[in-house]
Design a protein around this ligand. Structure first.
Ligand code: 5GP
Length: 361
């Protein structure tokens, strides 16, 4: 196995539907009934997923396509199971998976039943052990984590969920998602994300729900600076979320504010390059933030849509910025400090990464 695959990794920015296996997406698209096909043009699906570079607008058209193909609870369960298996086989040991709870009255789907179907997917994984229910005590049911490195024993992946608010939603809909997250905390929901087309909607629409999430002790991560929008970036940084994603279109005043705030940044290299949010890897802000020792974590965003894996992102960063294995392990290990799970999980991961580091010396 290549070092980037065998190295244990932490994934904190992965959208469930964007991480769908392309083979599954095509299979589902082809299996639609004639009736359902009305909404989906199969050759268009094939064309779009084979395209190498998708503008941000095309990416959001693809998401609408994917959502049209996922027509029932069983499919939600299936793609969740496959996504967990794929991350585990790439040696992701801790995954925060995010997804937008969807309501679709025509198939009897509520936001709650959608997330229940995701939970069912976590339960149905059989190729690895999935830890997704938070421990009621502080103690360490995960103290056997180091067995991940033991070839003979089963792998473990720790999974927690983040519920996303789509920028198309109203304040009320956003609030419903936050309330759902609160109801499902004991099932491993740890935070709230704001995502969806950055050209849509206004910051003030989501703010009441995000404030409520914070008051109730949920962690918040925001897609921030995916397009040029100076005022929104400023407002988002002033909100001081626990993490932000992307940070592509920052101006000097935003960098200053970000660096002094120490808000960790979820970096999605391939996603940023493929959507033309950053002109080339050489000029990606990863380099400057890394040099400044700003808290960073490498993530995939959408493994299906961008044909990537976390190990590929690690390799790309190592090759592009001249970082060695040791530095890459440090990068992976530092992410433990930015996870949304409780201190019990954090401690287990710290102990685990210590032992991995000791074995590498
Ligand atoms: P889902 O939440 O349906 O499981 O995952 C797909 C959704 O995640 C998309 O419809 C979109 O709202 C969000 N998403 C995925 N990738 C991106 C991205 O790069 N930027 C933004 N702003 N949202 C994204």
């Amino acid at each position: 196995e290549e070092w980037c695959v065998s190295m244990p990794k932490i994934e904190l920015h992965a959208h469930l539907n964007g991480s769908i296996r392309l083979t599954t997406l095509l299979e589902l698209a082809k299996a639609l009934t004639e009736n359902q096909k009305g909404a989906v043009n199969i050759s268009q699906v094939e064309h779009v997923i084979m395209k190498h570079d998708l503008s941000l607008t095309e990416v959001f058209q693809l998401f609408d396509l994917i959502h049209n193909v996922i027509t029932d609870h069983n499919t939600v369960t299936r793609i969740t199971k496959e996504v967990i298996e794929d991350f585990a086989s790439d040696n992701v040991v801790y995954l925060e998976l995010r997804t937008t709870p969807k309501r679709n009255d025509s198939i009897g789907m509520s936001k709650r039943s959608y997330v229940d179907a995701v939970m069912e997917g976590l339960r149905s994984v059989s190729s690895v052990d999935v830890d997704f229910i938070p421990n009621t005590q502080d103690s360490t049911s995960l103290s056997n984590l180091p067995i991940i490195t033991n070839e003979n024993s089963r792998k473990i992946i720790i999974v927690r969920l983040i519920l996303s608010i789509d920028r198309r939603e109203t304040t009320e809909a956003a609030m419903e998602t936050v309330k759902l997250a609160l109801e499902m905390r004991h099932l491993g929901v740890v935070g709230i994300d704001l995502s969806g087309n950055p050209k849509t909607g206004e910051w003030t629409t989501y703010l009441p729900a995000l404030k409520f999430a914070r008051e109730q002790g949920l962690s918040v991560t925001l897609h921030c600076g995916e397009i040029r929008n100076s005022k929104e970036i400023k407002n988002m940084l002033e909100f001081h979320p626990q993490r932000i994603g992307h940070a592509c279109f920052f101006e000097d005043e935003h960098w200053i504010k970000l660096k002094s705030s120490k808000i960790p940044v979820e970096i999605c290299l391939t996603s940023n390059i493929r959507t033309f949010s950053v002109a080339s890897i050489e000029v990606h802000h990863f380099a400057c933030l890394y040099k400044a020792k700003h808290p960073l974590v490498l993530c995939t965003d959408d493994t299906g849509v961008f044909s990537t894996r976390l190990s590929k992102e690690y390799k790309l960063a190592a090759n592009s910025f001249g970082l060695g294995r040791w530095e890459m392990l440090e990068l992976s290990r530092n992410a433990v400090e930015y996870i949304f799970a409780d201190n019990g999980v954090k401690n287990d991961l710290r102990i685990f990464f210590n032992s991995v580091a000791n074995n590498m010396e």
